[in-house]
Design a protein around this ligand. Structure first.
Ligand code: HSE
Length: 443
């Protein structure tokens, strides 16, 4: 009788995602075994605290406080790195890869900061590094770019990549919750990162956007050439403006590529998205990504972008791929060698200059309530030839100030930056002006 090969799986980190992976792997074990023609050995899990009470059932014999015990176990072939962070996670990932093992990772920060070193270790030692869970939770966006859409060059990739921000903005916009209450709710639902500032200040989305830009164009966008803004400063006047003029407020990641001029831009920021755009209807914890490819046209993928089950789905998808390749099934789509060739081409791409990045803008100003103040503001727009499209003024009786919200026609980042710099110098502008981009696929 033919005995099937046994594949050992080890997990590093047993937080929300680690427990989700364990739970679903345990439940689906026999189904996966018969589909893949292997025996699965869910061997070991490295945890920080052996005594901690956990929601999933696991025998204490499977737990170890030492991640190296999991990695170095010769019967562990696939190591799931779900620790997070970039120090211990880097050490563990490289240790496993140097033994030629497969590492499945949800760690976008690690990939962004140490991608070249990780792939070097893969090439040198013949292992694999799979990272579907690092971007957009349960949506198979990495596979979509590497496999289903591999025929395309992408001039635009635009997405809602942070479930926590999208949950917060949806609850603020549709249900009137405060930022703090909506954040607390997202944390309770298990969407937020251990440090929620990574979510609300745009860092998590920036990591994910960098990975997509690298995958699509072969270039890691430098942090100092990427606009990274979070959602902390969004207030009721911004939500009101969006509602009145037919926009949804979304935290977007925008990757544009100009093939003629060979530039790329990567930015993550809150933006006003016209209600007619499919992304305006991606609400709650969901993520959505529209890719505009030269062959396929615009394709949008949407689904749960954070949370235990969605992320576990992506991790298990990678485990299944890993087992297929360990047992000799063919892999299709862009291989690591293809990505290396893409990186060579990516070397000639430059980051776009500020004159080349154009969009309509939205601006909120807190102004001294006195005759002639608005005129002083508008004069600055006129001087820089920035045309205003819409304005709303709100009065705050007896406070000596008013709020003005306005939108502009499309203008470059450089011009809008110059307007902003002059506005900041006006004594009649009482608070830091609050600027948002209005998203349009065309600009
Ligand atoms: N904290 C992330 C989010 C989930 O809210 O989207 C993991 O990437």
């Amino acid at each position: 009788m033919k005995t099937s090969r046994t594949i050992g799986i080890g997990i590093l980190g047993f937080g929300t995602v680690g427990q989700g992976v364990w739970k679903h792997l345990t439940e689906k074990k026999s189904d996966l075994e018969s589909r893949l023609g292997v025996k699965l050995d869910l061997r070991k899990v490295a945890v920080r605290n052996l005594k901690k009470k956990r929601e999933v059932k696991i025998s204490s014999a499977k737990l170890t406080p030492n991640p190296f015990e999991v990695i170095d176990d010769p019967k562990v072939h696939v190591v799931c790195e779900l620790i997070g962070g970039t120090t211990k996670a880097r050490e563990c990932t490289l240790r496993a890869l140097r033994q030629g093992k497969v590492v499945v990772s949800a760690n976008k920060a690690l990939l962004c900061e140490h991608g070249p070193e990780i792939f070097q270790a893969v090439r040198q030692h013949g292992g694999q590094f799979l990272f579907e869970a690092s971007v957009a939770g349960g949506i198979p966006i990495i596979k979509a770019i590497r496999e289903g859409l591999a025929a395309n060059h992408f001039e635009l990739i635009v997405g809602i990549l942070n479930g926590t921000c999208n949950h917060i903005l949806t609850r603020m916009g549709e249900d009137g919750l405060s930022f703090a209450d909506a954040l607390k709710e997202a944390q309770e639902l298990g969407y937020a990162e251990a440090d929620p500032t990574l979510d609300v200040d745009g860092i998590d989305a920036w990591h994910k956007a960098s990975i997509l830009a690298w995958l699509a164009h072969g270039k890691w966008a430098p942090r100092n050439r990427t606009l990274v803004e979070g959602i902390r400063n969004i207030g009721p006047a911004d939500i009101d403006f969006a509602r009145r003029f037919g926009f949804a407020l979304k935290h977007l990641a925008v990757i544009r590529r100009n093939f003629e001029k060979d530039w790329m831009t990567v930015g993550v920021y809150p933006a006003l998205v016209p209600n007619g755009d499919i992304l305006a209807r991606v609400s709650g914890v969901n993520n959505g990504i529209t890719l505009r490819g030269d062959v396929v046209g615009a394709t949008t993928l949407a689904g749960r972008g954070a949370g235990q089950d969605a992320t576990a789905s992506a991790v298990i998808g990678d485990i299944i791929d890993a087992i297929a390749s360990l047992t000799g099934s063919a892999r299709q789509g862009l291989s690591l060698d293809d990505l290396q060739a893409r990186e060579k081409q990516g070397q000639k791409i430059r980051m776009a200059e500020l004159d080349e990045i154009v969009s309509p803008f939205y601006l909120r100003l807190s102004l001294l309530d006195k005759a002639g103040v608005s005129e002083g503001v508008y004069r600055i727009f006129t001087k820089h030839k920035v045309s205003i499209a819409r304005v709303i003024q709100y009065e705050h009786p007896n406070q000596g100030r008013g709020t003005v919200t306005l939108s502009t026609y499309p203008v470059s980042e450089r011009k809008m930056g110059a307007v902003l710099a002059e506005l900041r110098r006006l004594k009649t502008v009482l608070e830091e002006p609050f600027l948002l981009r209005i998203f349009s696929p065309e600009s």
